[in-house]
Ligand binder design. Structure first.
Ligand SMILES: Cc1ncc(COP(=O)(O)O)c(C=O)c1O
Length: 425
């Protein structure tokens, strides 16, 4: 089959009539599916339901001499700090365990920088004229929402196969108003890109004009391989420290896609000075997070090895779902040359770059046919994709049969959006 761009107008109009009819037929099926967010499916949640049984007797609630039912231990239950330390390859004293959301901790780290500065004696960012922020794009919409919420000026950084364009990053950080950067270095959201070791080193070692530069290192998918075995990844805290920037980075992780997104446990990892600073400030707003849940997680997940065994079970569930999406794209879209996508081996998304100018229309057509996707544009700062091209597909929630129907709608909508564009007067 030839790519659509090589068809003549007559052929395109005939194809459009056919695809329009297919689309109307799909619409009549009355699908009602929302895959806007990367949510684990029920089968994945069921895998960890037994975690709710680990605390039974009164004595089970004692851990390292602490009764976890009571107030105290702001930085987290020691057993859970040890667990996350093992997961991320850092020391327990570098781990702060929070509530169920790493996003909340990210918001707080940035919020504290605005109100109090990055450390004792540092200037609060709200007193800075302008705060500029590096946003590898496409990226995670909720990171961008935090930045936007604080009034940062977001600068999109093109993503390459080995991570963000580092030549551009190194140039931009010479500006003292550039205060930080978002990074999802392993299985980026949405592209599923893994930063190369060289990219990670350049980020850790680069000289920034802002001495309080903040690297927001999100490890949301650090153990989330589904098509390959676990891939070790550079540990950012020790790298930043080795290059003389120990306070540059906060790394974040959570069990949202290991246990329960609604009731998991999150953490950040940082230098000892950052830990002292954040503990002091967080201690004003909370006495301690949910330590019962922290202990439950520590007892059930134990260590990295146990987590990896669990994630291998997740992978079995997820593989057919990703295969369903990729097969549909390969069969229906690839021959027409109207989109590009990478084949992720980990993470939670398939990122489709449609023919420029067609993503929003594809999203709208899907929505009208009962399939809700992450809004086109959401993967870019301010929700504005300059090419109107990127769409994020989150295949993890629905069963495969439903996903197949969803992909029929997606592929047909994409074709129709492209045909509409190509046949515009
Ligand atoms: C990159 C990334 N970070 C953070 C989150 C949210 O994490 P949490 O549930 O810990 O707030 C997500 C959820 O999709 C994500 O994709």
């Amino acid at each position: 089959m030839k790519a659509y761009t090589e068809w003549n107008r007559e052929e395109l109009l005939a194809e459009k009539a056919k695809v329009q009819a297919d689309y109307e037929a799909l619409k009549r099926r009355g699908m009602n599916l929302n895959i806007a967010r990367g949510k684990p499916g029920t089968e994945q949640l069921d895998l960890v339901r037994p975690m709710m049984d680990v605390l039974r007797a009164d004595s089970d609630y004692m851990s390292d001499g602490i009764d976890v039912r009571n107030y105290g231990n702001l930085e987290g239950v020691p057993a859970c700090r040890r667990f996350f330390a093992d997961l991320l390859g850092v020391k327990p004293e570098n781990i702060f365990v929070g509530g169920n959301s790493s996003l909340q901790l990210m918001y707080d780290v940035i919020g504290k920088a605005y109100i109090y500065g990055r450390g004792p004696g540092k200037k609060p960012w709200m007193q800075e004229g302008k705060v500029r922020w590096l946003c590898p794009a496409p990226g995670y919409d909720r990171h961008f929402r935090i930045s936007e919420n604080f009034g940062m000026e977001m600068i999109p950084i093109p993503m390459k196969e080995d991570g963000p364009d580092m030549d551009l990053v190194e140039e931009l950080v010479r500006d003292p108003s550039v205060k930080g950067m978002w990074c999802v270095a392993k299985y980026s959201n949405p592209d599923g890109i893994v930063y190369s070791e060289e990219t990670v080193r350049r980020i850790a070692s680069m000289e920034t004009a802002a001495e309080d530069f903040l690297l927001m290192w999100d490890e949301a998918y650090c153990v989330h391989e589904f098509a390959v075995p676990f891939q070790p990844f550079p540990e950012i805290l020790s790298l930043c420290a080795a290059y003389g920037h120990p306070d540059r980075v906060y790394a974040f992780a959570s069990t949202s896609k290991i246990t329960f997104p609604g009731a998991g446990v999150s953490c950040f990892a940082c230098s000892e000075d950052n830990m002292a600073w954040m503990s002091k400030l967080l201690g004003v707003q909370i006495i301690s997070f949910d330590k019962i849940n922290q202990l439950r997680h520590a007892l059930f997940l134990k260590d990295r090895e146990t987590v990896l065994a669990l994630m291998a079970k997740h992978a079995e569930i997820l593989r057919p779902k990703f295969a369903c999406v990729l097969d549909a794209l390969e069969k229906e879209i690839a021959p027409l040359g109207i989109a590009r996508w990478a084949k992720p081996v980990g993470g939670y998304f398939v990122s489709v770059n449609c023919m420029p100018g067609t993503a929003m229309e594809t999203w709208r057509l899907c929505k009208e046919a009962g399939l809700t996707l992450t809004k086109a544009g959401a993967t870019w700062p301010y929700g504005k994709d300059p090419e109107d091209s990127n769409i994020r597909i989150a295949p993890t929630l629905p069963p495969v049969e439903q996903l197949q129907s969803a992909m029929e709608i997606f592929c047909t909508s994409l074709k129709l959006a492209v045909l509409n564009k190509l046949t515009e007067a």
